[in-house]
Design a binder for this molecule. Structure first.
Ligand SMILES: Cc1cc2nc3c(=O)[nH]c(=O)nc-3n(C[C@H](O)[C@H](O)[C@H](O)COP(=O)(O)OP(=O)(O)OC[C@H]3O[C@@H](n4cnc5c(N)ncnc54)[C@H](O)[C@@H]3O)c2cc1C
Ligand SMILES: NC(=O)c1ccc[n+]([C@@H]2O[C@H](COP(=O)([O-])OP(=O)(O)OC[C@H]3O[C@@H](n4cnc5c(N)ncnc54)[C@H](OP(=O)(O)O)[C@@H]3O)[C@@H](O)[C@H]2O)c1
Length: 438
């Protein structure tokens, strides 16, 4: 591999971060004396949470629905061609992560998660093939995961992610289509050589599918997107600057980066930029190649709704910019001989948690810091994905002074007050303190 001074410095910074910040793994077979924690899900979030807990002396059991090949969660179930869209500097889930390139592929991501899992001795603490279906409390307030034979726990960290099974909606007349139909996460071993590919969906998976079909030699590609999302350049400096919006939501200044993106990035393709959704309202797609493909006439990005399948394509209702989903438009045929459903994934359910966790006004996402159900603060539901990758001001849960004004993720005043109360009454809730220590 060619020597790169930037990667060399990046490597040293990561080495220093690891030495300074990684908790010391316990010796093999050590008996950990601090409270018992159940972590649910062996994806990146669950493995990172379990490693931190073990590194701080907590006795952890990790429950994973899948088998031994599921370490890495969603990354263990997607195409080999999948990789990070954002720069890895913004994808650091544990101080010991060591990326050897700016945009690691699926294999490297899974390998980093697996190394972390091994480093903290989680092999002996993981129960595979164990889908959690119930989390209940015994008479002493300790948590039972499915049944008492799994042990009793002082805290629970559900880390079940947001991408479950591939979502394959059935569309009108789909059975008459004469070509192949695949989900975007099932493309290993497939090729679009010489084909006219139709990609349904307008999210990050659609962008990845577009890259896949272009690189496997598709004759032409049409992306059929019913909703509009922002696309930002794949550039670590620009993305880091955008991520410096520490509020992680729209502000009165959001029009500035939006305008700059339209002038310098979208340019002649400004029509593809969302008209009503702000840059910080949803996770944007990170890609610099799409516009190039569109300008080269290798791909087209069509806004509108699928009306029905026909044997050699799809009847599509083209909508003008700003016309909402399902609104009026112009119908015509979009021909294709291969369809990729980039229609996302089902969201895993947290319904195994006690029902009090879902009672209004404290149902998710109105939990304290969107993470702790106020009724049970020894539960810490964690998910690494946010609306927009942004640098967090990190503060221990007990010391967060502000109240959120984010209407999508409000932190209710009473919730903060209740948390303050819990904070004052030290000794009454040892589990709250337990999470403060993490
Ligand atoms: C192709 C692709 C590319 C992506 N690229 C990026 C990117 O560039 N940047 C970014 O920020 N995000 C990206 N993401 C989003 C990705 O989901 C997150 O980055 C991250 O990997 C999520 O990790 P997680 O551990 O929270 O969830 P997951 O990886 O989904 O892991 C959850 C685990 O929980 C297990 N589980 C679920 N329910 C139960 C249960 N009831 N009992 C026991 N176990 C259970 C699952 O089997 C799974 O192993 C991408 C997603 C995909 C699909
Ligand atoms: N490398 C990467 O960074 C990368 C790659 C892939 C995925 N991801 C992440 O993984 C998660 C899932 O992404 P995703 O793109 O797979 O899913 P997604 O963001 O949910 O997007 C799915 C797309 O399919 C459309 N869709 C769904 N059902 C449809 C239907 N019946 N008819 C027409 N269109 C339909 C959706 O439209 P509506 O929005 O209108 O519902 C949306 O445009 C996200 O967090 C994403 O950031 C990241």
């Amino acid at each position: 591999m060619k020597f790169s001074p930037v990667l060399w410095i990046y490597s040293w910074i990561q080495w220093a971060l690891d030495r300074l910040l990684s908790p010391t793994p316990p010796p093999p077979n050590a008996r950990l004396s601090r409270p018992r924690i159940a972590v649910i899900g062996a994806g990146l979030t669950g493995v990172a949470a379990a490693s931190h807990c073990v590194g701080h002396g907590f006795d952890v059991t990790l429950f994973e629905a899948g088998d031994e090949n599921s370490i890495g969660g969603i990354w263990s179930r997607v195409n080999n061609t999948s990789g990070l869209q954002i720069h890895s500097i913004m994808y650091r889930f544990h101080p010991s992560v060591h990326w050897s390139k700016g945009y690691p592929d699926r294999q490297q991501i899974v390998s980093q998660i697996t190394q972390l899992w091994r480093r903290y001795g989680l092999q002996e603490r993981t129960k595979f093939n164990t889908r959690v279906t119930s989390v209940t409390q015994d008479g002493q307030g300790r948590w039972i995961i499915n049944n008492p034979s799994n042990g009793r726990f002082d805290g629970v960290i559900p880390a079940i992610g947001s991408c479950g099974d591939p979502k394959m909606p059935h569309m009108e007349n789909q059975e008459v289509f004469q070509g192949e139909i695949y989900h975007s996460s099932r493309l290993d071993g497939k090729t679009a050589q010489g084909k006219k590919a139709l990609i349904i969906g307008g999210g990050a998976s659609a962008v990845e599918a577009l890259e896949f079909v272009v690189h496997t030699g598709a004759a032409k590609t049409s992306v059929l997107a019913r909703s509009e999302k922002w696309i930002i350049p794949r550039n670590a400096i620009i993305d880091s600057l955008l991520a410096f919006n520490i509020f992680g939501q729209e502000t009165m200044f959001s029009w500035i980066p939006e305008k700059l993106l339209k002038i310098f990035f979208y340019r002649d393709l400004e029509d593809l930029a969302p008209q009503h959704e702000g840059l910080f309202t949803e996770t944007p797609m990170v890609n610099s190649d799409i516009f190039h493909q569109i300008r080269q006439h290798k791909a087209e990005w069509l806004r509108g709704d699928i009306v029905r399948f026909i044997p050699n394509g799809i009847i599509f209702n083209h909508r003008a910019r700003g016309v909402p989903k399902g609104g009026p438009g112009r119908q015509d045929e979009v021909k294709g001989d291969m369809v990729i459903m980039a229609t996302g994934f089902t969201r895993p359910s947290l319904s195994f948690l006690p029902k009090e966790c879902f009672q209004s006004p404290y149902e998710p996402p109105n939990w304290y810091l969107q993470t702790f159900p106020p009724e049970h603060t020894s539960i810490c539901a964690n998910n690494c994905t946010r609306k927009f990758p942004h640098w967090h001001l990190h503060a221990p849960a007990s010391r967060v002074p502000s109240r959120s004004s984010d209407s999508a993720f409000p932190v209710l005043d009473e919730e903060v007050d209740r948390h303050d109360e819990m904070d004052k009454s030290k000794g009454t809730n040892r589990s709250v303190r337990l999470f403060h220590l993490l």
